[in-house]
Design a protein around this ligand. Structure first.
Ligand code: NDP
Length: 251
């Protein structure tokens, strides 16, 4: 590996690390040399085993990010267990689907609290530490719906377009303090989140027909972008939303 992408000696916090994109990003960062705090409400035992098999250290941190209650503890436990905190991957997220005319306040609040409020306040808690140490990288997981409207997912679209704005705002505030804030916008990725879409043959065919790459993304397709945005190769990349979408937005 080129030294430019070497993360040895660094520590990353990854939320929602037990499955899907968070798990794949945690493993990719460990593969580049980082130790990883695996944060979530479901223990990321399998991810931990894979990180340890790569010769890296991991720590399990139990936290439900449906509220901002745990954000300060996530930072302090990471420092206690792994000694530093250099990167935050704000990945945990949920989706609720219903027509906008029927959309409930409960489905609005659940998605906004998890996908937007916790993302901001965890970035704030980690960012305070990073600013003190004069170095850090935050990567928020956005979506195609950071750029597009979508349909039947109003709280999800609001949360993900909100993440786009916050990514730029935090980059503006923290860039000169040594903290880069960027986002990754995944396209259609085959995870538990998208099982129902893939099971609907008609929907699946229309999605595939629109993806220039002609296939669903795999969670591991996100790993390279995350390593890049945590590495010194991206030191002058800030406030950017990097689509990893098989060309979806190009069409
Ligand atoms: P998964 O459903 O596979 O994973 C979501 C992760 O978030 C899980 O680890 C889940 O934990 C965690 N999570 C959800 N709610 C909470 C909570 N309250 N507290 C702690 N952890 C929580 O989905 P993906 O891997 O597909 O999604 C990861 C991110 O990528 C999300 O932000 C999603 O919006 C985004 N994304 C995904 C796309 C896709 O096509 N898959 C496209 C664009 C964006 P648990 O297992 O305990 O529920």
């Amino acid at each position: 590996m080129s030294g430019l992408f070497d993360l040895t000696g660094r520590v990353a916090v990854v939320t929602g690390a037990n499955a899907g994109i968070g798990q794949a990003i945690a493993i990719a960062l460990a593969g580049a040399g980082a130790d990883i705090a695996l944060v979530g409400r479901t223990p990321a035992d399998e991810t931990l085993a894979q990180i340890e098999a790569l010769g890296r250290k991991g720590a399990l941190i139990s936290a439900d990010l449906g509220t901002i209650g745990p954000v300060e503890r996530i930072v302090s436990e990471t420092l206690e267990k792994l000694g530093r905190l250099d990167f935050l991957i704000n990945n945990a997220g949920i989706i609720r689907r219903a027509d906008s005319v029927d959309f409930t306040e409960a489905d609005w609040d659940a998605v906004i609290d998890t996908n937007l409020k916790s993302v901001f306040f965890l970035a704030q808690a980690a960012g305070r530490h990073m600013i003190r140490q004069g170095y850090g990288k935050i990567v928020n997981i956005a979506s195609m719906l950071t750029f597009q409207g979508g349909i039947r997912v109003p709280s999800y679209t609001a949360s993900k377009s909100g993440i786009g704005g916050l990514t730029k705002l935090l980059a503006n505030e923290w860039s000169a303090k040594g903290v880069n804030v960027n986002a990754i916008a995944p396209g259609y990725i085959a995870t538990a989140n998208t099982t129902a879409l893939r099971a609907d043959a008609e929907r699946n065919a229309s999605i595939l027909a629109r993806i220039p790459a002609g296939r669903w993304g795999d969670a591991s397709d996100l790993g390279g972008a995350a390593v890049f945005l945590c590495s010194r190769a991206s030191d002058y990349v800030d406030g950017h939303i990097l689509a990893v979408d098989g060309g979806w937005l190009a069409r």
